[in-house]
Write a protein that binds this ligand. Structure first.
Ligand SMILES: NC(=O)c1ccc[n+]([C@@H]2O[C@H](COP(=O)([O-])OP(=O)(O)OC[C@H]3O[C@@H](n4cnc5c(N)ncnc54)[C@H](O)[C@@H]3O)[C@@H](O)[C@H]2O)c1
Length: 347
């Protein structure tokens, strides 16, 4: 391995660009050695911007390149599981964007390929690396707020993605709520056993025509008895709304949105402030940097990755349970969706 970790970026869309720029401009221990995307133009533009020396027309060329130590899978979700398997067989360490896949069968095959070769795998649940949420987890873990009773996660996007994205996203629970499912496990340090999901199309009828929902309220039951809610909407007119509150036996902890400044404007008409940071590229930039930095360190120092394959799988089980709950109008136990989840709870 050369002194800098040599990374191949697969997919040069929204998130591929964020990760390639992070490595290029903020992580000195790694470099983007190659990029690939079937849309050659976006790959070329990214290569120019980040000084990436190789632009491959085909993904297989990244896996065949002996100079590449690790890949960042930033392509559309429906490609992730197959690309993980191919990367593992080529002996490349893997960072893969969320979710790993839409089906447990494909996830299990990909995780098996990773386990057989023994390469590192990290899944892109970046919000774990946000300093606000890390503080909430610490307050729960240390007992600072006592025994947790209630958890509330508010997670609303400023606006819906294009319908073309919605169609390959696997639906809101697998695409958007998946972050909140991970956040629930991360904050509580506990597994969820049952989910009840109420959902609707409130923002855009086209999302409904694509077979998806855009607004949901979910109730979670944790193994230790804590009750949680997740409040999702694809559209909040004031911007990205990302808040958490936990009530425990000794007190509560809450995190606010992140604002570009703290100025308060007072006039004869109103007292107001500027809108919160608009979307994930602004709000979570620090967390994207921390997650990729930790991936690079896990590979270069041969340490376990902070978000492993099992952490990638469980939120998919939760999303499938949520979808079943919504379709059947009843609470669904995770064990109805995955035998492994059932066995893990029995242990
Ligand atoms: N962690 C986060 O906060 C976060 C944010 C956004 C997106 N994501 C995830 O990242 C993934 C990509 O999302 P996006 O918003 O960047 O989508 P996007 O549509 O902007 O970009 C995806 C890119 O992947 C390319 N692609 C498709 N198949 C490919 C293949 N086989 N090999 C190489 N490239 C391929 C497409 O041409 C496109 O340029 C999704 O799985 C999404 O869930 C995560």
């Amino acid at each position: 391995m050369s002194s800098k970790l040599q990374v191949g970026v697969i997919g040069a869309g929204r998130i591929g660009k964020v990760h390639a720029e992070t490595i290029t401009f903020r992580i000195p221990d790694a470099t983007v050695a190659a990029v690939t995307d079937p849309n050659g133009t976006v790959a070329e533009v990214l290569a120019q911007r980040c000084g990436i020396p190789k632009v491959y027309a085909r993904t297989e060329e990244v896996f065949a390149d002996p100079a590449i130590d690790a890949v960042l899978i930033c392509s559309s979700t429906n490609t992730h599981a197959d690309l993980i398997t191919q990367a593992a067989k080529a002996g490349k360490h893997i960072f893969c964007e969320k979710p790993v896949d839409h089906t447990l069968e494909k996830i299990d095959a990909a995780l098996e390929a990773v386990a057989q070769v023994g390469v590192k795998l990290q899944v892109g649940f970046n919000r774990r690396f946000d300093s606000n949420f890390a503080r909430v987890r610490e307050a729960i873990r240390s007992g600072e707020i006592g025994t947790p009773h209630l958890l509330h996660i508010i997670s609303r996007d400023p606006g819906p993605p294009p319908i073309s994205y919605v169609k390959v996203s696997g639906g809101m629970f697998l695409d958007m709520t998946i972050h909140d499912f991970d956040m629930a496990r991360f904050l509580m340090g506990e597994e969820v056993t049952e989910i009840y999901a109420s959902a609707a199309v409130r923002v855009d009828p086209e999302i409904g025509k694509a077979g998806d929902v855009d607004t949901a309220l979910l109730v979670l039951r944790f193994a230790n008895g804590t009750i949680g809610t997740i409040d999702n909407c694809r559209q909040a007119p004031y911007g990205y709304d990302q808040r958490v509150e936990v009530l425990g036996s000794k007190g509560s902890i809450a995190t606010d949105n992140v604002y570009p400044n703290r100025a308060v404007i007072s006039t004869a008409e109103s007292v107001r402030r500027d809108l919160p940071l608009h979307f994930f590229m602004d709000r979570y930039l620090d967390s994207f940097e921390r997650e990729v930095r930790e991936f690079v360190e896990a590979v270069t120092h041969d340490r376990p990755t902070p978000v492993n394959g099992a952490d990638g799988r469980v939120p998919v089980v939760m999303a499938l349970a949520a979808r079943k709950s919504y379709l059947e109008g009843r609470p669904v136990r995770l064990s109805e969706v995955s035998q492994e989840a059932h066995e893990a709870m029995a242990r």
